[in-house]
Write a protein that binds this ligand. Structure first.
Ligand code: CMC
Length: 444
C-alpha cells in the first residue's frame, strides 16, 4: 500500500491510498485543524470509513487524542502555559488552590470567587470515619501508592451520592471532594505506615500547610508549619498540577470516556502515575543518586545510561515533549537552593551530586544529541527529602497535585460534545484463521 498527498492547502489534505490488495485507489479529503498555538492537526476521523485504513502510532507520538483549552506546551522552546499563563508566573504568585481554580474554571479567581472556592474545598477535607478501618486492611509496610490506589478507588463506595456523571452538580461535588480529600488520604497513608495516629485536617491552614500539618503533627505536641517549607511545597504542587495529555491524564480521560465515576477515574490515573517512567521518577531519582553515592562514580553511571544493552536510564532526565530544559525543573532548581538554605542543609551531598551529574550530562554528546535535559522530577525529590518527606511518599505528593489537572481534564472531556468512548485499533500480526484439530500435537 502507498499513500501520498496530492494536494494540500491550509484547510484540507487530499490523501490517496493505493492498497496492495484489490480494491483500487481510495481517496479522502482530510480537514487540517489549527489550534490557537502548536502544530496543525490532521483530522483523520473519516480515514477508516473511507479508505479501510488505520493509522499506526504506538506511544501516540504523532496523535492528538482530544481538543483541550487547559494547558499548552512548546517542548522545543521549553514553554508551559496553563490557560495561557506561564508556569513560572503562576508558581511565583499563586496559591495552589488559585491554580486549581484556574485549571478548572479557565480564569484566575477574583477574591470573592477564591473565598467561595476555598470554602467549598475545605468543607470536604475530612474523610468518612469508616475509611480509617479501610486503612487497617493494608500491611503497614505497603507502598503508600498502593494504599492510595485502594483508598481513592474506594471513595466511590463511600460517596455514592456524587457518582452520577450526567449531573453537573454531582460532578462538581465529586471534584471538590477529590481535591479536598487527597491531602488527607495521602497524609493518612504516611501516618499508617509509621504507626502514628491520623491527624484531622485544619481548615484554617492553606492547602500545602495543611498537608504538612497532617503529615508531621502529632496529638501530643503543638506543631507549627515552617512558612518557607510551606511555600516550597505550594510551588511543587503548582508545578505538578497539570501537564497536558501525559500518560496518567490520558488514562483518566480514557477511563472516564466509558462513563466510569470520577473516583474510579482518578484511581486509574494514580495507577498510571506510579510507573517509574512517569510520576515514579522522583522517587527513582533519589534512589539513583543514593546508589551513585559519590561524584567519582558519575562517569560509570553515565556510561551505563548510554549503553543500549543496559536497561539503566538517567532518572529525572529526558521527556517525551520537552527537547529543552523543562521549565518546571528551572523553577525547582531555585526552590531547592532556597529550601536547603532555610533548613541549613549547606553542602547537602545529594544536591551537590545532582548538580554535578546535571553538569556532566549536559556536556555529554549523547545527551546533547538526544536533547535529554533534566525534567521536573530531577530536583523535586531533593526538596521533598530535605523537608522530611520519606522517599516512598514522593509520587503520592505528585498524585495529590496532579488530581486537579486530572479533574480539570476529566470535566472538560465530559463537557465536550464530540467525546466518544476511547477505543484504539491495532495492527494485528498474529496467526491467520486456523482450526482446532484433535489429532494435532497441541490437541488435548
Ligand atoms: N537516560 C538515557 N537515555 C535516555 C533517557 C534517559 N533518561 N531518556 C531517553 N533516552 C534515550 C533513549 O534510550 C532513546 O535512545 P535511542 O533513540 O538511541 O533509542 C532516546 O533517548 C529517546 O528516548 P525514548 O524512550 O524513545 O523517549 P520517550 O519520549 O519515549 O521517553 C521518557 C520519555 C521520560 C520516558 C524517558 O526520557 C525516560 O525514561 N526518562 C527517565 C524517566 C523520567 O525521568 N521520567 C519522568 C518524566 S517527566 C515527569 C512525568 O512525566 O511524570
Amino acid at each position: 500500500m502507498t499513500a501520498r498527498f496530492l494536494d494540500e492547502d491550509n484547510d484540507l489534505a487530499h490523501l490517496e491510498v493505493i492498497p496492495g490488495r484489490p480494491g483500487g485507489v481510495k481517496a479522502v479529503d482530510l480537514p487540517i485543524l489549527h489550534g490557537t498555538m502548536g502544530p496543525a492537526v490532521l483530522d483523520i476521523r473519516k480515514l477508516y470509513s473511507e479508505t479501510d485504513c488505520f493509522t499506526y502510532d504506538p506511544g501516540y507520538t504523532s496523535t492528538a487524542s482530544c481538543e483541550s483549552k487547559i494547558t499548552f506546551i512548546d517542548g522545543e522552546k521549553g514553554i508551559l502555559l496553563h490557560r495561557g499563563y506561564p508556569i513560572e508566573e503562576l508558581a511565583e504568585n499563586c496559591s495552589f488552590l488559585q491554580v486549581a481554580y484556574l485549571l478548572m474554571e479557565g480564569e484566575i479567581p477574583t477574591e470573592e470567587e477564591y473565598q467561595t472556592f476555598v470554602k467549598n474545598i475545605t468543607f470536604h477535607t475530612m474523610v468518612h470515619e469508616q475509611l480509617r478501618d479501610f486503612y487497617r486492611g493494608f500491611r503497614r509496610d505497603a507502598h503508600p501508592m498502593a494504599v492510595m490506589l485502594g483508598v481513592v478507588g474506594a471513595l466511590s463506595a463511600f460517596y455514592y451520592d456524587s457518582l452520577d456523571i450526567r449531573d453537573q452538580r454531582q460532578r462538581m461535588i465529586a471534584s471538590h471532594r477529590l481535591i479536598a480529600k487527597m491531602p488527607t488520604i495521602a497524609a493518612m497513608a504516611h501516618k499508617y505506615s509509621i504507626g502514628q495516629p491520623f491527624m484531622y485536617p485544619q481548615n484554617d491552614l492553606g492547602y500545602a500547610e495543611n498537608l504538612l500539618y497532617m503529615m508531621f503533627a502529632t496529638p501530643t505536641a503543638p506543631f507549627k508549619v515552617n512558612p518557607v517549607v510551606a511555600r516550597a511545597l505550594n510551588k511543587i504542587l503548582i508545578l505538578h498540577a497539570d501537564h497536558e495529555q501525559n500518560a496518567s491524564t490520558s488514562t483518566v480521560r480514557l477511563t472516564g470516556s466509558s462513563g466510569a465515576n470520577p473516583f474510579a477515574c482518578i484511581a486509574a490515573g494514580i495507577a498510571c502515575l506510579w510507573g517509574p517512567a512517569h510520576g515514579g521518577a522522583n522517587e527513582a531519582v533519589l534512589n539513583m543518586l543514593t546508589q551513585i553515592g559519590h561524584k567519582d562514580r558519575i562517569p560509570e553511571f553515565i556510561k551505563r545510561a548510554k549503553d543500549k544493552n543496559d536497561p539503566f536510564r538517567l532518572m529525572g532526565f529526558g521527556h517525551r515533549v520537552y527537547k529543552h530544559y523543562d521549565p518546571r525543573a528551572s523553577v525547582l532548581r531555585k526552590v531547592c537552593q532556597e529550601v536547603l538554605e532555610e533548613l541549613d542543609y549547606h553542602g547537602e551531598p545529594l544536591l551537590e551530586l545532582a548538580k554535578e551529574l546535571e553538569k556532566i550530562a549536559l556536556e555529554d554528546p549523547y545527551f546533547i544529541e538526544k536533547k535529554l535535559y533534566p525534567n521536573v522530577d530531577f530536583y523535586s525529590g531533593i526538596i521533598l527529602k530535605a523537608i522530611g518527606i520519606p522517599t516512598c511518599m514522593f509520587t503520592v505528593l505528585f498524585a495529590v497535585a496532579r488530581t486537579v489537572g486530572w479533574i480539570a481534564q476529566w470535566m472538560e472531556m465530559i463537557g465536550d460534545p464530540s467525546q466518544k468512548i476511547g477505543r484504539p485499533r491495532q495492527l494485528y500480526t498474529g496467526h491467520t484463521l486456523r482450526h482446532y484439530r484433535l489429532s494435532s500435537p497441541r490437541g488435548v
